[in-house]
Write a protein that binds this ligand. Structure first.
Ligand code: CAA
Length: 258
């Protein structure tokens, strides 16, 4: 399957998705949304694929939603199309794990796309920001919500109100990114981490992801109940029997994915 705005390849059990609109610093237009939704849906549906990496170029992960595509639209168009909703209903709804590997600019929708991933690995060149205020708008793909949950109110508010960028070091210390690596190692490190995840029992990976994400949606009591039930459900899988037997027998587990 080929895409107009993405390069997609499979490296073993890892799907690598590269945003490929260099002429617009990977700005996220309707075609990128359609392609990204289709590529992640194909990844989710492919039983041979167990982790994905979404990346951009050296200069830009993505410099935001496509401003040229939005410039002449009217409020009624945005409302009637429920503009940006596909990022939530398709991209963020991916059930299997995926990592954002970010170098260069991750601004506006680019920062928001990175935050939809399960975690971010950043190159030392990465720059994150929500500069929508400078365009007379506000984040529309989750920036005000996910950034606040990731870095807390003080930094999120300052970034949204001033539009300033956060470099990789600040993003790591604030909790926005899992890890910083030299730009030249970004893809290798992200793929290596993805391969580690892809080698885990797949249902356990999906449920770990779901439970960590639930921590942002539930009370502690509700989250703890759900976590216990999920633990109990996982004990019914063949991979639980295999994982515990492999530990006792001092060998690597061989997963069935059920
Ligand atoms: N949309 C459309 N085109 C964009 C773009 C965007 N978000 N960002 C960059 N481009 C285009 C530029 O227009 C330019 O195209 P042309 O050569 O045809 O003029 C090309 O990419 C290269 O960009 P620059 O010449 O500006 O590159 P630079 O190195 O001088 O600056 C930058 C880089 C600081 C990232 C600058 O491009 C910039 O500020 N971009 C816009 C960032 C932004 O405001 N993002 C938020 C968008 S709104 C949003 O995302 C809403 C939301 O919540 C989802």
């Amino acid at each position: 399957m080929s895409y107009e705005t993405l390069l997609v390849e499979q490296r073993g059990a890892v799907t690598l998705i590269t945003i490929n609109r260099p002429q617009a610093l990977n700005a996220l237009n309707a075609q990128v949304l359609a392609d990204m939704s289709a590529a992640l849906a194909a990844y989710d549906a492919d039983p041979t694929q167990h982790c994905a990496v979404v990346t951009g170029s050296e200069k830009a992960f993505a410099a935001g939603a496509d401003i040229k595509q939005m410039a002449d639209k009217e409020a009624a168009d945005f409302f009637l199309e429920d503009f940006f909703s596909g990022w939530t209903s398709h991209v963020a709804a991916t059930r299997k794990p995926w990592i954002a590997a970010v170098a260069g600019f991750a601004l506006g929708g680019g920062c928001e796309l990175a935050m939809m991933a399960d975690f971010i690995i950043a190159a030392d060149t990465a720059k994150f920001g929500q500069p929508e205020i400078k365009l007379g708008v506000a984040p529309g793909m989750g920036g005000s919500q996910r950034l606040t949950r990731a870095v807390g109110k003080a930094k999120a508010m300052e970034m949204c109100l001033t539009g300033r960028m956060m470099d990789a070091t600040e993003a790591e210390s604030a909790g926005l990114v899992a890890r910083i690596v030299p730009a030249s190692d970004l893809l290798d490190e992200a793929l290596k981490t993805a391969a580690t995840i892809a080698a885990m029992p797949p249902m356990a990976a999906m449920i770990n992801k779901e439970m960590v994400n639930l921590a942002f949606e539930s009370t502690l009591t509700q989250g703890l109940v759900a976590e216990r039930r999920m633990f109990q459900i996982l004990t019914a899988t063949e991979d639980k029997k295999e994982g515990m037997a492999a530990f006792v027998e001092k060998r690597a587990g061989v997963w069935k994915g059920r």
